[in-house]
Design a protein around this ligand. Structure first.
Ligand code: PEP
Ligand code: MG
Length: 596
């Protein structure tokens, strides 16, 4: 029972990574599928029970086939898990309870099985033994297989994807997204997620067009459907007619032309018309992005998110691996500076065997510096690598998710231990290496005056700052309309952090996604920021807009914004301000974010 095929259906989500592409859908149901819940006519009950048994039989055959295909003896050792799954398929409670639900409640198999699962979950929850409790996940894997069979969906393994397809999933983790690079995925769409989720940020780094937060993509799209995805506008068209396809191709041509035009600015200095020199740097997730950072005009690396080093592997990076990676970065970006952010795992990125994605509230849980304090060996290995690499160029260390002065002191104390070890071992490193704090938690921004005395620089991470200050989960599509960078609260916070840094005389940069949007950059410039770090591709257009304005006039603009009571008023005002200065075309091309 495949879902009904859609023709020319446009669905709207959140543009996560730009690019317009067309391709066939490849359904990866990670992790949740919307289950159809239907009441059935009494005369259809027997047929429904039969459908359920058929799905079970198919599952058994599929598992048997998977088992037979395993040739690698190392993998074979783990094949027992397939036997466990086959045993679950025979489980009386699972089968009888579901059949009973179909018969008594007159409901479809999916609904009936879902009810059984709920009941079995409750049984598992009551089990004291942790090992047995863990078997619940096996039950869910098996159930997912049965659901897929019932719904006529293909089974898939993301690591096996080959060729140019558009991956359609309920959710993709940053680790899943990374694997796509290896498999030439043309683009992806997901039901959940927001523009500043790490999955979206990674997609931009990898240059994979993506639309997230579509809510019902996995319910509406069938494997094999032809899709057009517009990663800029956040649109997906399912099985487009030829006419629609052509109009998208036209738009693609126009977008490409604009991109080419703006590239001219990559090599020009980022200087305002009244001579204020601005520093533009790149955010990167992988060493491979350095050539792109340079060709787009980055002066340095303002944020290297080191998590990718740890993802998709069972072991941990060694000290030497850290050293070699950071050395490569600093040597390649020289004479520019490279800012290495220590591990920011947790939240929406998880490390095999360590951080668990079962926290009730992972964004506020064991994330970033908190994880590093718990796993000090992992932290020290990284610090060791950073310090050693600092002998080869200008490196800076950046600590993520600092909430107050004690954490900075603690991080610096651990760094000091590592430094002493290297001194004892006579290993060279930069003794004057600069240490900075991310300002991304409201408590850090409020106490920035105190923090500024402990560090050499600040980097404002607006992705998290907005998330925590406005209480808006950055990966939740249902509240993404509340994720408002120009909220009066955010402007006030940024202004006060800039003033605190200025009073003590330390530099302050901004490295959240806000820095990649020209319209926001104008406001940030007006608030006194002169250092911006962003995804490399955004640098030329930010340069272009900076070269068109005077810093002085953006200061008056920012001042005026403090009289506005709402983000809507602020955006309206910025839009009007831009309309007075820029041509209609250019104004429109950078005002996308200011739509209310
Ligand atoms: C931020 O929070 O703004 C930031 C730059 O870091 P990340 O997006 O990796 O959390
Ligand atoms: Mg952050």
């Amino acid at each position: 029972m495949a879902i009904q095929q859609q023709i020319n259906k446009v669905i709207h989500g959140i543009g996560a990574s730009s690019g317009i592409i067309t391709g066939r859908a490849y359904l990866v149901e990670r992790f949740k599928v919307r289950l159809p819940q239907k009441r059935i006519h009494p005369s259809h009950v027997d047929g429904e029970v039969e459908r359920f048994y058929k799905a079970i039989e198919e599952a058994r055959e599929q598992l048997q086939e998977v088992k037979e295909k395993i040739l690698d003896p190392m993998v074979r050792q783990h094949a027992f898990i397939l036997d466990v799954h086959m045993m679950i398929l025979d489980d009386e409670m699972l089968i009888q309870n579901t059949v009973e639900n179909i018969r008594k409640r007159k409901i479809n198999s999916e609904w009936a099985l879902d009810l059984t699962l709920g009941k079995l979950d409750a049984v598992f929850n009551a089990i004291e033994d942790e090992y047995l409790r863990e078997r619940r996940s096996d039950l869910h894997h098996v159930a997912a297989r049965i659901f897929r069979n019932l719904m006529g969906r293909k089974h898939d393994d993301i690591t096996k994807i080959k060729g140019k397809v558009i991956v359609v999933a309920h959710d993709l983790s940053p680790a899943d997204t990374l694997q796509m690079r290896l498999n030439h995925v043309a683009g992806f769409v997901t039901d959940i997620g927001g523009r500043v989720s790490h999955t979206a940020i990674l997609a931009r780094s990898l240059g994979i067009p993506a639309v997230v937060g579509l809510e019902a993509a996995t319910s509406l799209i069938n494997g094999g459907d032809l899709l057009i995805i517009d990663g800029e506008a956040g649109k997906v068209v399912i099985n487009p007619t030829e006419e629609i396809s052509e109009s998208f191709l036209e738009r693609r041509k126009r977008v490409k032309l604009l991109e080419r035009e703006v590239l001219k600015y990559a090599s020009l200095p980022a200087e305002t018309r009244d001579g204020v020199r601005i520093h533009l740097q790149a955010n990167i997730e992988m060493v491979e992005e350095i050539p792109s950072a340079k060709s787009h005009g980055a002066e340095g690396i303002g944020l290297y998110r080191t998590e990718v080093l740890y993802l998709n592997r069972k072991d941990l990076p060694t000290e030497d691996e850290h050293y070699q990676t950071y050395r490569k970065i600093v040597e390649n970006i020289s004479p520019g500076v490279a800012t290495i952010r220590t591990l920011d795992i947790g939240g929406d990125k998880f490390l095999d065997g360590y951080s668990k994605n079962n926290e009730m509230n992972p964004a506020m849980g064991l994330r970033a510096i908190r994880f590093s304090f718990k796993e000090t060996d992992i932290f020290k290995a990284q610090l060791n690598g950073i310090l050693r690499a600092s002998a080869h160029g200008k490196l800076r260390i950046l600590f993520p998710m600092i909430s107050g002065i004690e954490e900075i002191r603690r991080a610096k104390a651990i760094l000091e231990e590592v430094r002493k070890g290297l001194i004892r071992a006579k290993v060279p490193f930069d003794r004057g290496i600069k240490v900075g704090a991310m300002i991304e938690i409201p408590s850090a921004s409020v106490t920035a005056d105190i923090l500024a005395r402990e560090v050499d620089f600040f980097s404002i991470g607006t992705n998290d700052l907005i998330q925590y200050a406005l209480a808006v989960d950055r990966i939740n599509e249902h509240v993404s309309y509340l994720f408002e960078p120009l909220h009066p609260a955010i402007l006030r916070i940024v202004r006060s952090v800039v003033l605190s840094a200025r009073r003590v005389g330390i530099p302050v940069a901004i490295c959240g996604e806000m820095a990649a949007e020209p319209a926001y950059v104008l406001v940030l410039l007006g608030l006194g920021l002169e250092e911006f770090s962003m995804n490399p591709v955004a640098i030329p257009k930010v340069k272009k807009v900076l070269r068109m304005v005077e810093a002085e006039e953006t200061r008056s603009l920012a001042e005026r914004l403090f009289q506005c009571a709402t983000a809507t008023e602020i955006k309206r005002h910025v839009r009007r301000w831009m309309a007075e200065r820029f041509s209609e075309d250019f104004g429109r091309s950078i005002a996308e974010e200011l739509k209310t």
